[in-house]
Write a protein that binds this ligand. Structure first.
Ligand SMILES: NC(=O)c1ccc[n+]([C@@H]2O[C@H](COP(=O)([O-])OP(=O)(O)OC[C@H]3O[C@@H](n4cnc5c(N)ncnc54)[C@H](OP(=O)(O)O)[C@@H]3O)[C@@H](O)[C@H]2O)c1
Length: 407
């Protein structure tokens, strides 16, 4: 296995890739890559993990039979610095990947029961499962990037409250960083120097909602907040459930998780923190964030999330002020696009993009902010790869240059 931790003699091979042409980097998608914003060329940060001497990070995926696990495989197959060291699935033994993911059959990959040995392990499991495996993974010196919720909430008491389990590893939870690179880039990078490198990757609804609202939160502008969100059915995973049958979901829209959806905790945690970090510097800056009204809906489509965020601002705002806030927040972000027309989930389908539109209604004074993502890419696997790039000091867009698919 390539050593996880950098040693003094380690060559930061990723840095040498920065200047290489797409062809040299072996990146088949790069010839049609997204036009990079200035921030797209972010290089390795001091202290980050480094790719091994041959420029390769070995990666294992636990929960590879699920939707998020399968999407990780799809994306990482085209990551120029990643070698897939192993795929894990419960009760699987040398099982061809085609039995779980027919679209990946030509890769010849197999799924086994053992947790792979690798520089980085992605876990894509139901809540509570990854937390039980974490000690073993970090004891091996692997970085742990959890796509599930087990390392997202900072307060251990939030787990029994929102997820109905007592966190089995509060000491490791204390080491974890919240893996939304646009807001926590330096912490993710610095996680490489912590006793355990653990990244709790954001949920799909929180990714769309937090990115859409962070500039308002930092400016202390959220006086009252209701988030009306819609998700495609893949957001619920692939475990069969009656509510997710085609005949139940098709030609129907329904609200669920009223008043107690688990992602509420994450949205409140992060928006409060943005308020504290912002120019107002206090928890009281955004009174509406303490109790977010979050109402998700299931929509008859496969992928995509639309977060419609209704904000009563703490004071009157102008459109020019909003434009300046969002431009300052995101002009250098390679994966966040502030757009002039209301975005649709189709505009980001299959990509790691988040598109945001924000307007003040001159009649009511309310602010409407809309954000769209692909729940399986920016909301799960793509964001996980983005965080891996930050942790290992690679340019952040590596392996994530795909344009959205349309129609
Ligand atoms: N879907 C999304 O859009 C999305 C977005 C962000 C985050 N997430 C989070 O990512 C995680 C995975 O989501 P998913 O959509 O990929 O779910 P999924 O399609 O249902 O896959 C779940 C995976 O976990 C395995 N698994 C289930 N129960 C297990 C257990 N008790 N012990 C060990 N393995 C078990 C499954 O194996 P089997 O094949 O044997 O059942 C499968 O590999 C969840 O925590 C979810 O909240 C999902």
């Amino acid at each position: 296995m390539t050593p996880s931790r950098s040693t003094p003699g380690d060559v930061p091979v990723a840095a040498s890739r920065e200047g290489s042409s797409p062809a040299e980097a072996g990146d088949v998608t790069a010839s049609a890559s997204l036009a990079p914003k200035p921030g797209a060329a972010r290089g390795p940060a001091p202290g980050a993990f480094r790719a091994g001497r041959n420029g390769t990070i070995t990666v294992g995926i636990v929960g590879a039979t699920g939707y998020a696990g399968g999407e990780l495989v799809r994306l990482l197959l085209h990551h120029p610095n990643v070698k897939l060291a192993g795929l894990q699935g419960r009760n699987r033994d040398n099982q061809p990947i085609a039995s779980s993911h027919p679209h990946l059959s030509e890769t010849g990959l197999v799924i086994d029961q053992a947790i792979p040995e690798a520089d980085a392990i992605f876990t894509a499991l139901p809540h509570g499962v990854a937390a039980g495996m974490a000690a073993e993974i970090v004891a091996r010196g692997s970085a742990l990037l959890d796509v599930g919720p087990d390392f997202r909430l900072h307060n251990p008491a939030d787990y029994p409250r929102w997820y109905k389990f007592d966190h089995p590893a509060p000491d490791l939870l204390a080491e974890a960083v919240y893996g939304l690179p646009e807001l926590h880039r330096d912490e993710i990078s610095a996680a490489a120097d912590r006793p355990a490198a653990i990244v709790g990757l954001p949920g799909c609804y929180p990714t769309a909602t937090i990115l859409t609202l962070a500039p308002l939160a930092r400016a202390g502008l959220i006086g009252d907040l209701a988030v009306d969100a819609k998700s495609g059915v893949s957001g619920a995973g692939r475990e069969p459930k009656p509510d997710l049958l085609f005949s139940e979901v098709n030609e129907s829209v329904k609200a669920y998780g009223m008043f107690n959806h688990r992602h509420t905790a994450e949205i409140e945690q992060e928006l409060q923190q943005q308020g504290e970090r912002g120019s107002f510097g206090s928890r009281e800056a955004n009174p509406g964030v303490a109790m977010v009204d979050f109402l998700p809906h299931l929509i008859p489509m496969t992928r995509g999330i639309l977060a419609s965020c209704h904000v009563r601002p703490t004071r009157p705002v102008t459109q020019a002020e909003l434009d300046a806030l969002y431009d300052a927040a995101y002009r250098d972000e390679p994966f966040v696009q502030v757009v002039a027309d209301p975005p649709a989930t189709k505009h980001v389908f299959g990509s790691n993009l988040c598109r945001i539109w924000v307007r003040v209604d001159p009649r009511s004074g309310r602010v409407l902010a809309l954000g769209v993502i692909d729940n399986l890419v920016k909301g799960a696997a793509g964001q996980a790869v983005q965080a891996l790039n930050v942790l290992f000091g690679l340019p952040e867009t590596t392996g994530l240059e795909q344009h959205p698919i349309a129609p």
